[in-house]
Design a protein around this ligand. Structure first.
Ligand SMILES: [Zn+2]
Length: 328
């Protein structure tokens, strides 16, 4: 069943049984696209783990990565010694190979959300499921890895966004991320209602948003580059201590470029890579209301640029190296 779950979910096929067992544990389908895995034995080092993917429907590499791990669990090649919740966020968008149906799901994970619509309903359902999962395993440390791929190329194809929160990241997390071959860390500068922020803010989980390469359709992802990330997920699922790596470059947000006016342009190529560096004096944006934005005395790196956002929304993050945030 585990090895077929992804295909069945995409085909709207209901498995004949919603629960079952495999060599090292049991599974339960608790909602569409949500699989709870319960180990026979919980190891001493286990964390309550949430692994989510396809919060944006066209980001398929993480879905394939989780699929590989589920197959290995079913075959007995991987072991389960920690409770894990596997979540596929936006199934209709995943089927349609689009980022979302009505709106960006990864801005809606806020308690008391009063918006209507498909993504808002799904956000409420997932928040309630995550709450129940962490409550069930209240004695265990909490962890949530939300797995994405980026729209554009990047100077660091695999990077990790640390949500803004009062919950401090443990030093071992930085070492594990490096061990999983992540290439850079970006520290958020303010709260944003992403799924990983939800688990960090409301549940004090060690939670991150991962950008694992570039968006591609099923079957066209470079899974070999993600093998160390797959090993990190497998180690957490097995309740083992993951592989550690050395220090990674850290960046922090220096400025958030917002679109204020209909007349708004970014002054660089549409397909510029994430983390591209711009030197002092470079004009980065022209806005009918806010005027020009020019790089000051410190070079700035551009991340997640998008000129076509709604008025008042983020058109780019401008980031700088943050040596002080490097792991001790
Ligand atoms: Zn995404």
């Amino acid at each position: 069943m585990l090895s077929h779950w992804l295909e069945w979910t995409l085909d709207d096929k209901t498995p004949s049984r919603r629960t079952g067992t495999f060599a090292s544990g049991a599974y339960q389908l608790i909602a569409p696209g949500v699989l709870a895995l319960t180990p026979e034995d919980i190891s001493d080092n286990a964390r309550a783990c949430v692994f989510s993917a396809a919060i944006h429907g066209n980001e398929t590499a993480p879905v394939e990565l989780l699929g590989q791990w589920l197959c290995a669990l079913e075959a007995g090649a991987a072991k389960l010694h920690a409770p894990v919740l596997v979540i596929l966020g936006n199934i209709p968008a995943l089927k349609a190979q689009t980022r979302f149906v009505e709106t960006n799901l990864n801005r809606l994970f806020e308690r008391g959300l009063d918006r209507q619509g498909f993504e808002a309903d799904r956000a409420r359902e997932l928040m309630q499921i995550v709450d129940a999962f962490f409550e069930r395993y209240a004695a265990l440390p909490r962890l949530h890895y939300d797995l994405h791929t980026a729209i554009r190329q990047s100077r660091y194809p695999r990077f990790v966004v640390e949500p803004f929160s009062t919950t401090v990241t443990e030093a071992e997390q930085w070492a594990w991320l490096a061990g999983a071959d992540m290439q850079a860390i970006l520290h958020q500068h303010q709260p944003s209602f992403t799924f990983s922020h939800y688990s960090r803010h409301y549940h004090q989980a060690q939670a991150f948003t991962f950008e694992l390469g570039r968006v591609a359709p099923f079957g066209q992802n470079d899974l070999a580059a993600l093998a160390p990330m797959g090993a990190l997920l497998a180690a957490l699922g097995a309740g083992e201590t993951p592989q550690s790596g050395g220090a990674l470059p850290h960046f922090r947000v220096e400025h958030e470029l917002k679109r204020q006016n209909e007349a708004f342009t970014l002054c660089f190529d549409e397909d510029v890579s994430n983390f591209t560096r711009f030197e002092p004096g470079t004009v980065l944006a022209r806005d009918g209301e806010a005027g020009d934005f020019t790089v000051g005395s410190t070079p700035l790196h551009v991340v997640f640029p998008n000129a076509h956002v709604e008025l008042g929304a983020r058109a780019a993050l401008l980031v700088v190296p943050a040596d002080d945030a490097a792991p001790a």
